[in-house]
Design a protein around this ligand. Structure first.
Ligand code: ADP
Length: 482
C-alpha cells in the first residue's frame, strides 16, 4: 500500500503530547510492515539542526491563501527503508518558539497556519511521484485535507484522488474559529453549511474532516463509543452517530524502542521483571534528583502531562492533599493552566518532603518518573487513549486510572479480573473516589505478593505497534475496496 500520513507534530521531530508519539510510531510500523509511507509535517525551528541529514527538495510550492499566494519549500528525510518524512518549510507560519501557543494563548493565526498545512498535504498527495493511494490525517490541524482532496476530485479534475482517513486523537480540540478564516481555504462557500465545514456559524476543521473523510478512527474502542454520546461528543456526537459505520476505535501501541527499561539512555539502572533491583535504584535516583528524602520504602506516586481540565488535575490536588498525612511521595511534571501550576507549586511548598513539582517540558524526566514511581495517577475527566498508563504498565508502575476511554480499555482492576489485574480503577469523577483509589494503593503497597502480581501482569502486557498497525492496514484496505 502507499500511504501518506499528516500531522502537525511527529516524534522525534516535534512533540507536545501523545499525538506526536502515535504518528511517529505508526509511520515506522507501516514502513516496517513493507508499505511505502510518507509523513507530512511542518519544519519547526531546531529540526534541521537536530537532523542534519535533512535535504531540500527541488520543489517550490505556491498555494493560494485567500487573495494571496504563499510559497513553501519541502525538506525530506529517510529515517528508515520505505519511510520518507516531508517537512514543510514556511517560516512565517512555523518558525515560532512553540507549536501552537504563546504565553498560554493560542496563536491568533492558527486557523490560517493549519489551513496552509492542510493544503500542503493535499498538494503533496496530488503531485508526489509515488502517488499515495490513501491519505491519513490526524486531528484538527489537518482536518480540512479530506475536503480539499474531494473538492479537487469533484471539481478540479484530479483523476485518481486518494481515499482519506481521519483519526480523532482528542475531540476537545476541533479547530473551531471565526468564519472569516474560511476565505483562506479558497473553497466555494457551498461547503460552508451544516452538512459540511460549518458549525454554529464558525469554521470547524474537525467537522469538515468527519463529514468528508472516507473513514474515521479514534484511539481506543471505548472512546469511539463515547464520542457518539452527548457527554463526550463535544457537539459532534450527532454527526458521528450518522457516520457510525465509518467510525472505529483502535488502541494506540507503544513504541518499545523508545519506551523500555532495558536499553534506555534516560535510565541509569536497567531492569526487567526478573530483576527489579534496578527499579528501586531508579526510584532512589529520582528522589535524589527531586530533593525528596531517599527511601525505597516510601510509596511514590507520579503524574506527567498537560495541566488542563481534561486530565483531572482539579481532583488530583485535593485528593492528594487528603492523603498527604500518610508517609507518601508525589512527583508531578507538567505545564498548562496557570491555576493548576500555581496549585501544584503551592502543594510542593507546603509539603517539601513529600511533593516535588517540575513545571515545563522535559524530555528524559518522564522515563525516570515512570521507572522510579510505584504508582502512576491518571484521574482523567476523559481520555481518548492515554499513553502514560501504557508506559507505566511496561515500567512496572501500577496505574491508578479513571475508567474512561483508553484508560478503561487498557487497565484491569482486581475487581474486574483478579487473575489479569494490572492496575487500580475508579469510576466517579470525584475527589473521594480518587482518594479512595490512592488509599487502596497504599494497602496494596503493603502486600508485596499482590504488588508483584499486578506489576507482572502490567510488564508482560504487550501493546505492540505491529498489531496496532495491522488494524490500521485493515481499515485502509476496507476504504480502498469500497
Ligand atoms: P496527551 O496526548 O493527552 O497529552 P498522553 O498520555 O496520550 O496525553 O501522552 C502524553 C505524552 O506527552 C507522553 O509521552 C508524556 O510523557 C509526554 N508529556 C506530557 N507532558 C510532558 C512534559 N511536561 N514533559 C515531557 N513530556 C511530557
Amino acid at each position: 500500500m502507499k500511504i501518506l500520513l499528516a500531522c502537525s507534530e511527529v516524534f522525534p521531530y516535534s512533540k507536545t503530547g501523545g499525538l506526536a508519539d502515535m504518528v511517529g510510531a505508526l509511520a515506522k510500523a507501516l514502513a516496517a510492515a513493507g508499505h511505502q509511507t510518507g509523513v507530512v509535517t511542518p519544519l519547526y525551528p531546531g529540526i534541521r539542526e537536530r537532523f542534519p541529514k535533512l535535504r531540500q527538495l527541488d520543489w517550490q510550492m505556491k498555494l493560494p491563501m485567500g487573495s494571496l499566494s504563499v510559497s513553501a519549500e519541502v525538506y525530506v528525510l529517510h529515517p528508515q527503508p520505505r519511510l520518507t518524512c516531508y517537512f514543510i518549510q514556511q517560516p512565517h507560519y512555523y518558525a515560532r518558539k512553540s507549536l501552537y501557543q504563546t504565553n498560554g494563548e493560542d496563536y491568533p493565526d492558527n486557523p490560517e497556519r493549519f489551513i496552509f498545512l492542510s493544503k500542503a498535504v493535499a498538494h503533496l498527495a496530488r503531485y508526489l511521484p509515488w502517488q499515495p493511494e490513501l491519505v491519513h490525517v490526524h486531528d484538527w490541524q489537518v482536518g480540512l485535507t479530506p475536503l480539499l482532496i474531494r473538492h479537487q476530485e469533484w471539481r478540479e479534475g484530479w483523476g485518481r484522488a486518494p481515499k482519506t482517513c481521519l483519526t480523532l486523537h482528542n475531540l476537545a480540540y476541533q479547530g473551531a474559529c471565526p468564519a472569516v478564516n474560511y476565505q483562506f481555504t479558497n473553497l466555494p462557500w457551498d461547503y460552508f453549511h451544516i452538512e459540511g465545514a460549518e458549525f454554529f456559524g464558525q469554521l470547524n476543521f474537525v467537522k469538515a474532516g468527519i463529514s468528508f473523510a472516507d473513514e474515521i478512527t479514534t484511539v481506543s474502542p471505548r472512546y469511539a463509543r463515547e464520542i457518539q454520546t452527548e457527554e463526550f461528543g463535544a457537539g459532534l456526537d450527532g454527526l458521528l452517530r450518522r457516520r457510525e459505520d465509518a467510525v472505529i476505535g483502535i488502541l494506540n501501541g507503544v513504541d518499545y524502542t523508545e519506551w523500555n527499561t532495558t536499553h534506555n539512555p534516560n535510565l541509569k539502572h536497567p531492569y526487567n521483571l526478573r530483576n527489579l533491583t534496578g527499579k528501586t535504584a531508579n526510584k532512589k535516583e529520582l528522589q535524589k534528583y527531586l530533593g525528596l528524602p531517599v527511601s525505597a520504602k516510601t510509596p511514590m506516586f507520579g503524574n506527567i502531562g498537560r495541566l488542563v481540565e481534561q486530565k483531572g488535575i482539579d481532583l488530583l490536588i485535593p485528593a492528594l492533599e487528603s492523603v498527604l498525612t500518610e508517609p507518601i511521595q508525589f512527583v508531578s511534571l507538567g505545564a498548562g493552566h496557570s491555576k493548576f501550576e500555581a496549585a501544584l507549586s503551592d502543594l510542593a511548598r507546603r509539603f517539601p518532603d513529600k511533593v516535588a513539582v517540575r513545571l515545563g517540558y522535559e524530555e528524559g524526566l518522564p522515563h525516570q518518573i515512570e521507572a522510579g514511581c510505584d504508582f502512576y495517577l491518571m484521574p482523567s475527566r476523559f481520555e481518548p487513549c492515554g499513553l502514560n498508563q501504557l508506559y507505566s504498565l511496561h515500567y512496572g508502575t501500577i496505574p491508578i486510572v479513571r475508567s474512561v476511554g483508553g484508560l478503561d480499555d487498557s487497565v484491569i482492576d482486581l475487581r474486574e479480573d483478579p487473575i489479569r489485574a494490572n492496575g487500580i480503577k475508579f469510576s466517579a469523577y470525584s475527589v473521594p473516589a480518587l482518594a479512595q483509589a490512592i488509599r487502596k494503593a497504599l494497602v496494596l503497597f503493603e502486600v508485596p505478593t499482590l504488588m508483584h502480581h499486578l506489576r507482572q501482569n502490567g510488564m508482560q502486557a504487550q501493546f505492540s505497534w505491529k498489531v496496532t498497525a495491522e488494524k490500521y492496514l485493515a481499515v485502509y484496505q476496507k476504504v480502498l475496496d469500497s
